[in-house]
Design a protein around this ligand. Structure first.
Ligand code: PHE
Length: 338
């Protein structure tokens, strides 16, 4: 019996050594340690071993099993190693990686998302409207008289139908008041169109973000506080903001807003970034007539409105000198924002 244990052990070790892959190693294991394996068979014969020899037999059996198990484990590690090495054969892991071209958001998208994010945190909801507008929503309801220069064919794209490409997103403010009740607190980002001569600071299409807040007690300090906070969030908390009296047909009083920009190596400059004002009562009156109710009665509600060019904000933020770069899709320009 004892000799056969030794014979099984050495035979098993030879087979383990000879295994060329994990499969033949498993076969070797099953042949000796499996249910019908040679060592398992011998072990079941212990009951026939005379009492005085049982202990020695058991020890020998355990030693054989331990030796075989250890050999199996060691061989398994060696085989795995070989498999790994074979998988890497021919691959130079020290080569520099191939660069994957990653896409990036367009600067206009970046600045728009940032502006929307700030205003949404302040309670403004997004609103939308058509880019092909009628004169009522783009001009008449906004208290813009028929002879106002903005309505001139030289400045605005008209269709034969009399419709036009909206010259500002203020038209969305009108549409929102037609369909909602106060309090109204909305922002309308979107394209606007003007027949401008194209140069480094003008395109015939640009991107606006306008806002409107109407309630029963909205005041000029609300307007000032909201826009100062917004611009400081966008350009830095130390940014100086100035309100300059101006004229817009749809607001009274009206202002243009400048921020003071400190560009390295230059003396500080005031740059105009937005127009704003308190909604003119004539606008509320037009809404009342269009709605055929008095929910926006100028005696009851007040409001402020503002509008800014996102292209301009992007140009200021990143020091972009030519607005045309924003539409040319030149990868060398766009890559800088990735
Ligand atoms: N609609 C104006 C423009 O396009 C901006 C503006 C909006 C001004 C709201 C005042 C109030 O220039």
């Amino acid at each position: 019996m004892n000799e056969s244990i030794e014979a099984i052990q050495s035979e098993a070790l030879v087979q383990i050594m000879a295994a060329r892959d994990e499969r033949s190693l498993e076969d070797a294991r099953v042949a000796v340690l499996g249910k019908k394996g040679s060592l398992t068979g011998i072990a079941s014969g212990i009951k026939d071993v005379p009492q005085e020899n049982k202990a020695a037999f058991g020890q020998l059996l355990n030693a054989a099993r331990a030796a075989i198990t250890a050999a199996l484990e060691e061989k398994q590690v060696t085989l795995r190693d070989l498999t790994d090495r074979a998988a890497l054969a021919g691959i130079d892991v020290t080569l520099p990686p191939r660069t994957v071209m990653a896409g990036a958001l367009h600067p206009l998208t970046l600045i728009r998302d940032e502006a929307i994010g700030i205003l949404r945190r302040m309670g403004f909801a997004l609103a939308d409207g058509p880019e092909i507008e009628d004169e009522f929503h783009c001009f008449d309801a906004l208290n813009t008289p028929a002879d106002h220069p903005a309505r001139n064919e030289k400045d605005t794209f008209y269709f034969h139908s009399g419709k036009l490409l909206r010259t500002h997103t203020s038209s969305v403010q009108i549409r929102t008041m037609e369909s909602q009740s106060p309090p109204v607190r909305i922002i309308a980002p979107g394209s606007a169109y003007r027949r401008d001569e194209i140069d480094a600071t003008h395109l015939s299409v640009f991107n606006q973000l306008e806002g409107l807040y109407v309630d029963d007690d909205v005041s000029l300090p609300d307007l000032k506080g909201t826009l100062e906070y917004f611009l400081r969030e966008l350009f830095g908390t130390a940014t100086d903001v100035r309100f300059r009296p101006h004229f817009f047909p749809f607001t009274e009083p009206s202002f243009e807003i400048d921020v003071q920009l400190q560009i390295k190596g230059q003396s500080p400059r005031w740059i105009e970034v937005a127009g704003c004002g308190m909604v003119d009562p004539a606008v509320f009156e037009a809404i009342c007539q269009s709605r055929k109710d008095r929910i926006f009665d100028p005696e009851k509600v007040t409001g402020f409105a503002f509008g800014m060019g996102l292209d301009r904000l992007a140009m200021i933020r990143w020091g972009i000198k030519d607005i045309r770069l924003l539409i040319e899709n030149d990868a060398r320009f766009l890559r800088q924002f990735s």
